[in-house]
Design a binder for this molecule. Structure first.
Ligand code: C2E
Ligand code: CA
Ligand code: CA
Length: 815
């Protein structure tokens, strides 16, 4: 079968890339042969590896990209430290990469690799290259629509039989599909076929469904099949054209002009081709000089610049362009694979825009370009009176979604059109553990996750639905045309399912994303968009709380619950000022001779009506209401005064106090702790501060500052609930805590399974790091015997004592 034009171009680019790979292979081999004599060869190997790790992924050679990045990493290690020790690793990695290049280049004989790459000029769009595929069993309808579209510069391929859909897409490589719903009496045939094609093909090709019928079921089927629009017959042609324009972001009469500047030919060709195929007019330059010489006659509307180029860096090129009076306002976008924060910041400042990390996937490239060029045209259409920040008011610069204010306007409108059986719903989504993703993989990666989410979400929506990003990782969806709660629920489920398929590649791992969702249905009782959004927020709050179900509909009882929580918070506030919170003390004993060596102070609420309440009833509310700092304050004051008193009878005792994540974020307790140590003349090492891994991870940078301050005070740190957190080992190393507290769940695991290997490993780990190991929650004699055997140092648990008030402790003669 004859290959379609676009496919031929891609093949040719790939063939050229493969040819270059062979060149790189030789260079790598030569450089390696010289590493013994010329140390700079290692830099050359690193640079080639860096380049291949970026371009390989983009050309679809995932393994090659991975091997290259491993080699790059090994080189970097060697460059930083003494080279000879690392040569073996580099050699191995290099061999891996070389054989992977061999495999990648020898793969298909189909490609004629003597071909020169398709030059970008030959890829430049003419109106004919904007291919559409129209599938309809009514030839008159097809003829009429394709004629109008042809006049507007589209090339329309028509297909009568829906069963040939996949082949036709492969043959014509259209940029969008227009598909009739109804074939030979089956009202759902169109969507059914598109649905099954979508499942095997990930290309985010826009689909316009058309139908002579209209019903909720049809629209749902169209949405499920990934349809972007649902249009009724007879077609409103101007509407179709304007939707096509906005979907493909091109005006056939005047395509957007984009300039790409990158010294890497392979990427330049590939990105050029991706954008050309999307209908842009692309010009390319491999150096700053060339780019400058082309500016005058190319008049680009967006310049995408690679930061690292020999001779003149991308940043310098940007500065030169900015100085030039004719070009000072052209939007710039910088991208690079390197992550030097200072350079990124300088670029972002100069461009007044985000910094894009390479390699960038084709869909993402189209997305960042799309939002920027349209903003530029908007600026010019307004006679340049709109400043960039003003333009940004309409769009979120990161995701190019409409901003919150536009969302509110749309929600307000939806409320006005609400009836009993035709209403809208607002869904509020929050990415689970997004701060962890950001902390572990960095903000740039976090941004990519958000962009991909925005992209996938937008694909779930109907043409009139609105998607917006509220702040950080929260998205809002306004979904129209529902007639029952069930239909809203189905729509929400579909969104969740789509999001669950998202996989984002991080440097050395793959992240799966999951979300919580709160839903509020517009009803005639609701007064304003603000109220509707509040309801969605309340429902989201509930969804986040529940461990299991992540979708939650708003209902009035939640407001009661909110009221109750509010009242409870008021009571807690009062109780704090009345001194109703006191510590209970649980003894910590030496496993060798069961003598008491210290105490853990655990908060108790002496409630006047409800009796003594444990932390489960107030800690989370206190954290939420910003009251926990006061509790920490009071606990420290009482526990340290008590310690001073007991130390006078039994020197050497220690006292443990628990911190919350908020204490780390706002460490007001530090000054107080210092004052208390002085006031009671306590040896600082007899005060133990307990922190958990998850608490550290929520903001590691801030946590390390606090840990340093604690260490300066000389107090001891204990890592609480060890083993239940996220990444135990690396943090263990960095914190240098004096004590390790093994969570009760590990003993329970042993009593259920008889397997003590994990416990043993943890005790050994603690000892290797010079830590005192404490086992928590000991209830049985056998548990204690095991700990003895494993040479654990200390324990606490009901077997000896529950947390008790000071008088009870003294009554037991532990002090
Ligand atoms: P944690 O720091 O892990 O404290 C140990 C918990 O285990 C305590 O629960 C204690 O009563 C319980 N426990 C001790 N021995 C046994 C046993 O043998 N078997 C069982 N099943 N449980 C045992 P409590 O007092 O309810 O405290 C719960 C959590 O509340 C604490 O866990 C701590 O994270 C938090 N917390 C307590 N007091 C404070 C405080 O003053 N400030 C902060 N931020 N958090 C606190
Ligand atoms: Ca604790
Ligand atoms: Ca604990």
């Amino acid at each position: 079968m004859e290959k379609p034009e676009n496919q031929k171009k891609m093949d040719s680019l790939t063939a050229h890339y493969k040819k270059n790979l062979l060149g790189y292979k030789t260079q790598l081999q030569e450089a390696w042969a010289e590493t013994q004599n010329i140390p700079e060869s290692l830099h050359l190997i690193r640079n080639i590896a860096h380049r291949l790790s970026g371009s390989g992924a983009v050309f679809g050679f995932a393994e090659l990209s991975q091997r290259a990045s491993q080699l790059e990493w090994a080189c970097e290690q060697a460059i930083e430290s003494a080279p000879p020790e690392y040569n073996a690793t580099i050699f191995e990695r290099l061999q891996d990469l070389l054989s992977c290049i061999e495999r990648s280049t020898g793969m298909d004989e189909d490609v004629d690799d003597t071909n020169e790459p398709a030059s970008i000029n030959s890829l430049a769009p003419s109106a004919e290259s904007i291919n559409l595929l129209l599938v309809d069993d009514d030839p008159d309808f097809s003829a009429q629509v394709s004629q109008v579209l042809n006049e507007r510069g589209y090339q329309v391929h028509c297909l009568e039989d829906i069963t040939g859909l996949e082949q036709a897409i492969a043959r014509h490589q259209p940029l969008a599909l227009i598909v009739d719903m109804d074939f030979y009496g089956d009202q759902f045939a169109g969507s059914a076929h598109v649905f099954s094609w979508r499942r095997t093909d990930g290309t985010p090709l826009p689909v316009f469904f058309v139908s002579a019928f209209d019903s909720f079921e049809l629209r749902l089927a169209a949405a499920r099949a990934g349809g972007n629009h649902f249009l009724s017959k007879p077609l409103d042609i101007p509407n179709l054209i304007s939707l096509l324009h906005s979907e493909l972001d091109l005006a056939p009469s005047e395509p957007y002009r984009i300039m790409l500047v990158d010294d890497d030919d392979d990427l330049l060709n590939l990105y050029g081709s991706v954008l050309s195929q999307a209908g842009y007019n692309v010009s390319t330059a491999t150096s700053a000089k060339q780019a400058l010489s082309m500016l005058e006659y190319k008049q680009p509307e967006l310049i995408i610049i690679d930061v690292y180029m020999p001779d003149c860096s991308g940043l310098d090129l940007g500065k030169i362009i900015r100085q030039h009076e004719d070009h000072a306002t052209i939007p710039l976008l910088f991208m690079s694979a390197a992550a030097d924060t200072d350079v990124q910041l300088a670029c972002a400042r100069l461009a007044d825009d985000e910094f894009v990390s390479k390699p960038i996937e084709p869909w993402r490239l189209r997305m960042v370009v799309k939002s920027r060029v349209s903003r530029g045209r908007l600026l010019r259409a307004q006679g340049g009176t709109l400043t960039a920040p003003e333009a940004a008011i309409h769009h979120d610069p990161l995701t190019s979604l409409p901003t919150l204010s536009r969302f509110r306007i749309a929600a307000e409108k939806a409320l006005q059109h609400t009836t009993q059986d035709h209403f809208s719903a607002v869904m509020k989504l929050d990415v689970r553990d997004f701060h962890t993703i950001n902390n572990v993989h960095g903000n740039f990666f976090g941004d990519r996750v958000l962009q991909q989410l925005a992209w996938e979400l937008s694909r779930c929506l109907n043409s009139t639905d609105v998607l917006s990003r509220e702040n950080g990782d929260e998205f809002l969806v306004l979904s129209h045309g529902h007639d029952s709660r069930d239909s809203v629920s189905r729509f929400a489920k579909q969104m969740i399912q789509t999001l669950e398929t998202i996989k984002v590649d991080a440097a050395r791992s793959i992240i799966a994303v999951s979300v919580d969702m709160g839903i509020a249905i517009a009803s005639t009782n609701i007064k304003s968009a603000a109220q509707l959004l509040d309801h969605a927020d309340t429902a989201l709050f509930r969804a986040k709380k529940s461990a299991g179900a992540s979708v939650c509909f708003f209902d009035e009882s939640m407001l009661d619950d909110e009221k109750r929580r509010f009242n409870r918070a008021q009571c807690i506030r009062q109780a704090l000022s009345d001194g109703q919170f006191t510590p209970a003390y649980q003894p910590i004993l030496s496993i060798d001779d069961t003598t008491v060596v210290g105490f853990e102070a655990l908060a108790r609420w002496q409630h006047p009506d409800e009796g003594v309440l444990g932390p489960g009833t107030f800690i989370s509310l206190m954290e939420e209401q910003d009251l926990i700092k006061e509790l920490t304050h009071q606990m420290l004051a009482q526990a340290l005064a008590q310690l001073a008193c007991w130390q006078s009878r039994q020197p050497g005792l220690y006292m443990s106090v628990n911190l919350s994540a908020i204490d780390i974020q706002q460490p007001t307790f530090l000054a107080h702790l210092e004052a208390l140590l002085a006031e009671h003349k306590l040896p600082p090492e007899s005060v133990v501060i307990e922190i958990t891994e998850s608490l550290l991870l929520s903001d590691w940078e801030q946590a390390s500052v606090v840990i340093k301050a604690l260490r300066n005070l000389g107090v001891c740190l204990a890592l609480d609930d060890f083993g239940t957190g996220y990444s135990s080992l690396s943090y263990l190393h960095r914190i240098q805590a004096g004590k390790l507290k093994i969570d009760r769940s590990f003993l329970q695991h042993w009593s259920h399974t008889g397997d003590s290997r994990l416990l043993q490993a943890m005790v050994q780990l603690g000892h290797t790091m010079n830590m005192t190991v404490i086992a928590e929650g000991i209830e049985e004699r056998e548990e204690l015997d095991l700990l003895h055997q494993l040479q654990c140092d200390q324990y606490q648990g009901f077997i000896t004592a529950k947390p008790l008030v000071a008088k009870e402790i003294e009554g037991q003669h532990w002090v």
